[in-house]
Design a protein around this ligand. Structure first.
Ligand SMILES: NC(=O)CC[C@H](N)C(=O)O
Length: 223
């Protein structure tokens, strides 16, 4: 099978770093700025950056509605930091009227780790990522305050002031982390996501779903 095509939403934020890791993991990584580009991908990464700016740009580029439809329609999507906020259904400490893509049944709090310390690093054990904890870099990061019934908690902070806070989640085709694995040189979170995209495509979801055979198995496995 050809390499899965994974788009990185390239309106704002650390786009290049994600493209590089995805390519290293065997994906065909492309930038997404227009609805036509979005329609051509098997999976999507929403990078870190500034969620309010990203949402405003998405709206201005006519991408917000197509993004909402794609994510609701089953497009495998991974959001990192601001990307997690963009995927969340509910955002606390957001400016009035902040828009998101939504789809992930979680409540996140923006800039949750405190105003004194903008960033910190720690080790986080992430379910589905073998080989020991991931070195997690948090930069004005959100955490997850509540998860809906369909959301699996993949990782929590252990120790310190943020002990127990949820920082990695999965809901079917959606994955989100508060931290930035694209900045550490450790490709394992991206590797997990690329696998998820490959599996979804093999089941007949994604851009070439029709040719991959959207049979009863494909429908049953739609998460
Ligand atoms: N590193 C980041 O992505 C920071 C997220 C940013 N604080 C926001 O609210 O969007």
């Amino acid at each position: 099978m050809t390499a899965p095509v994974i788009g990185v939403l390239a309106l704002q934020g650390d786009v290049r770093e994600h493209l590089a890791v995805l390519r290293d993991q065997g994906a065909q990584a492309v930038t997404v700025r227009r609805p036509e580009e979005l329609a051509a991908v098997d999976g999507l990464v929403v990078p870190g950056g500034e969620s309010t700016t990203m949402a405003n740009l998405a709206s201005r580029f006519g991408l917000l509605q197509p993004l909402r439809e794609a994510v609701a329609g089953g497009l495998p999507t991974y959001g990192s930091c601001a990307g997690m906020i963009m995927l969340a259904d509910t955002v606390l400490d957001a400016p009035a009227g902040q828009q998101t893509i939504g789809g992930l049944d979680v409540t996140v709090r923006r800039n949750a780790f405190g105003r004194q310390v903008d960033s910190f690093e720690t080790e986080v054990e992430v379910a589905g990522v073998p080989g020991g904890p991931v070195h997690a870099v948090f930069i004005r990061a959100p955490w997850v305050e509540e998860v809906g019934p369909g959301v699996e908690v993949l990782g929590r902070v252990v120790g310190g002031a943020a002990d127990g806070k949820i920082v990695a989640v999965r809901q079917g085709h959606l994955v989100a982390t508060s931290f930035h694995p694209e900045l550490t040189g450790d490709p394992r979170v991206h590797a997990m996501f690329v696998e998820l995209v490959r599996a979804a495509r093999a089941r007949g979801l994604g851009s070439d779903g029709a040719t991959a055979g959207a049979d009863s198995e494909g429908r049953a496995s739609r998460e």
